[in-house]
Design a protein around this ligand. Structure first.
Ligand code: MTE
Ligand code: MTE
Ligand code: MTE
Ligand code: MG
Ligand code: W
Length: 645
């Protein structure tokens, strides 16, 4: 469905089966639409920027955990193609209403919300919702529509004010990174509500369900047999079980506090452990899952006088660590406020901590902080309030550290030390260069690591027996050679970081994991059941079977790999066309204490070659032709981006 917000025209366009054959759905087909329709001159807040809400190819089928909505747009922060994602219930509701995507173009003259109720689609006035919270708005709209089962994705103040880190919130989920909320606010859309009651049909239903039987069995098995020898958050499946685990020794001591600055290696004392466990156990009323998922990664939070809300993963830690506050109570308090404002809880606390650093360094002054409380908690809340309203210094901070640093000047640029392609990274700063993570940070199009890491363990196992046990039962592997790579990998000494896995092996491993993420993001699967965890239920040997049974398209492994590689290269070309090049592909300088500049260049070159990209990181004509993307090669050549093949 396509909605022109300037004219109010609503069009229904039949999904083109050829397009699905070429790019599957979700992120894959979004990228194709963006390539075809959003030229490189278009900026985030131009009317021509599209805002696409898409479900994945298998959303709404009986397959577990197929519930991702993939948003796509040009990001105000990076000026590249952003694709934040959310689970929850919105994607499948859209499928049940009979649509695969909603594409918004142009801007509405006044604040509106959209109501899709099966075939009936309305653009409704939202003047009365102006300034309301992103969580609150969802309930207000359901009441107004008298449709308690409508699923609503909404923005808060931050999105309305085009804060570059504004998110889009839905139920227990959030499309968080790279400013989708800002683009939605710029288009004057407060919310998109959906209600759908139609059927979803499978091409070969019995066959599909037979495959699901095996997958279900495996999910039970994995849930009953957590992996030994890895840290708790990696031992199970589903997105990280931060609501269930209370042991935060690893995160609080390994990740850096403040604006990704200091590690506190003795933080996790007995007292902290006791108080944090108590706070978390009291705060979580029950566990919640996304549509048709057995894993319950979210928590329904009721905390003191804070009205109840839902949370999962790292948001409980990010503000607290950014502010150097030791009490978990603060984490649960400020998160609700931030979710109502609708901001990304990775970037935003880093920006607030960046402001505090600038103040301490005398680059920001008392004048900028006039009226700000002096305690750490009060200061963070005050800064957050200014940021989402774009008031005073908040107006500068609202563009994120990269842009704020350049506006503030006076040495502030040196404090922008944790961005890749203008985007704030997780606060993980470690000692020794990790060649796999180096490649992920440098090259993946999500501009953060989740989109790439996953099936390959994050570190070598110390004992040979444990390694042998791990590889003995590894049916998810795309190729048996990875077993040997893993067996030979040591935590220290010979065959360890940074020279092992070798650049060639690293290229193969990163490519394999990226391929899985590209599948998940195209079919709408939560990465926690596929690409993002160790030994997941969905993998390269069963994806093609499910896709074939659902669609009737008879895909094998090679065919599937080719499709996602096509979308992935088109995605890269889209960003190359907007100026992204080798010089942009680097992790923050202080990301590891020990760096190896020449070796890193070798890693990057080896990976580019493996991917079929030239020295600048642009797909070669040969690669593009192989993927039936000759039209992309022509375009890049015409623009002088691709030279000499
Ligand atoms: N921001 C908000 N507002 N709410 C969230 O739940 N989750 C964080 C981060 N920012 C989160 C958030 C986590 S744990 C992840 S992995 C990323 O958003 C996911 O990014 P995406 O939604 O852009 O795909
Ligand atoms: N699923 C896909 N397909 N892609 C992703 O990047 N991120 C995971 C998980 N599932 C991810 C994904 C992580 S780290 C988290 S914390 C949750 O999604 C975020 O859930 P939400 O987007 O519903 O808020
Ligand atoms: N990497 C390491 N080494 N350890 C971790 O615990 N957590 C993951 C991931 N990478 C994690 C990690 C989780 S749960 C999230 S949400 C992502 O980091 C978020 O980072 P991103 O925004 O860079 O994708
Ligand atoms: Mg998300
Ligand atoms: W996460």
């Amino acid at each position: 469905m396509e909605i022109d917000l300037a004219t109010g025209k609503i069009e229904r366009v039949e999904t083109d089966p050829n397009l699905l054959g070429q790019h599957l759905g979700g992120l894959g087909t979004n990228v194709k639409l963006m390539w075809d329709r959003v030229p490189p001159e278009t900026k985030a807040f131009d009317p021509e920027n599209l805002l696409i809400f898409s479900n994945g190819l298998l959303c709404g089928t009986p397959a577990f955990s197929m519930n991702r909505t993939v948003l796509s747009f040009v990001s105000p922060q990076s000026d590249l193609l952003a694709y934040p994602m959310m689970g929850g219930f919105w994607a499948t509701e859209l499928k049940f209403a009979g649509y695969d995507k909603v594409i918004f173009r142009n801007k509405s003259p006044k604040l509106v919300y959209i109501y899709i109720n099966n075939d009936k689609v309305e653009i409704r006035d939202a003047a009365h919702l102006k300034g309301k919270g992103a969580v609150e708005t969802q309930e207000l709209i359901r009441e107004e529509l008298k449709e308690p089962r409508a699923q609503v994705a909404a923005i808060g103040l931050a999105g309305e004010n085009r804060v570059f880190t504004a998110s889009i919130e839905q139920g227990r989920s959030s499309a968080s990174r790279l400013g989708g909320g800002a683009v939605m606010g710029d288009k004057n859309i407060k919310a998109v509500a959906v209600r759908g009651t139609k059927d979803v049909n499978l091409a070969r239903g019995a066959e599909f369900m037979a495959h699901m039987k095996d997958i279900t069995k495996y999910i039970h098995y994995r849930n009953n047999n957590p992996l030994p020898g890895v840290m708790t958050i990696l031992s199970g499946i589903g997105s990280p079980q931060e609501m269930k685990h209370t042991d935060e020794k690893w995160h609080t001591e390994s990740f850096a506090w403040g604006n990704a600055r200091k590690r506190r290696k003795d933080f996790w004392t007995k007292d902290i452990e006791k108080s944090w466990k108590e706070t978390q156990d009291n705060a979580i009323k029950r566990f919640v899952s996304c549509f048709n998922c057995p894993q319950q990664c979210g928590g329904l939070i009721t905390h003191g006088d804070v009205s109840s809300y839902m949370m999962k993963c790292f948001s409980k830690l990010t503000y607290l660590m950014g502010a150097y506050v030791d009490d978990l109570d603060f984490g649960f308090r400020i998160a609700k406020r931030a979710f109502e404002y609708g901001v990304d809880s990775f970037s935003t606390p880093q920006i607030l901590a960046f402001a505090v650093e600038l103040y301490e360094a005398g680059i920001l002054t008392d004048k900028d902080f006039e009226g700000c409380p002096t305690d750490k908690e009060g200061r963070f809340v005050w800064l957050l309030d200014r940021l989402v309203r774009r008031e005073g210094i908040g107006d500068v901070l609202a563009d994120g550290t990269y842009w704020a640093a350049r506006k503030i000047g006076n040495g502030a640029e040196a404090y922008d030390h944790n961005t890749v392609k203008k985007h704030e990274q997780m606060n993980i700063k470690l000692g020794m260069l990790d060649p796999l993570y180096y490649l992920m940070y440098a090259t993946n199009e999500k501009i953060s690591i989740t989109q790439i890491e996953g099936n390959w363990p994050q570190g070598a196992f110390p004992s040979r027996e444990d390694r042998e046990a791990f590889v003995a039962d590894w049916p998810q592997l795309p190729d048996d050679k990875f077993k040997q790579y893993f067996l030979d990998w040591n935590p220290r000494g010979e065959n360890s970081n940074p020279y092992y896995p070798t650049p060639q092996m690293c290229s193969e491993i990163v490519d394999w994991m990226e391929m899985l993420h590209n599948v998940d993001d195209a079919i709408g699967l939560c990465a926690g059941m596929g690409s993002f965890c160790l030994k997941p239920p969905y993998h390269i040997h069963n994806y093609p079977k499910l896709i074939s049974a659902a669609t009737g398209m008879d895909l094998d492994e090679e065919g599937l790999k080719k499709i996602v590689s096509r979308s992935r290269n088109l995605h890269r070309a889209f960003n190359n066309r907007r100026g992204m090049t080798r010089a942009d592909e680097k992790p923050p300088e202080d990301h590891w204490k020990h760096r190896f500049p020449e070796y890193e260049e070798q890693l990057l070159s080896t990976y580019y070659t493996y991917k079929g990209w030239n020295h600048d990181g642009v797909p070669t004509r040969e690669k593009l032709m192989e993927l039936d993307l000759g039209y992309v090669a022509d375009d890049l050549e015409k623009r002088g981006i691709l030279k000499d093949g």
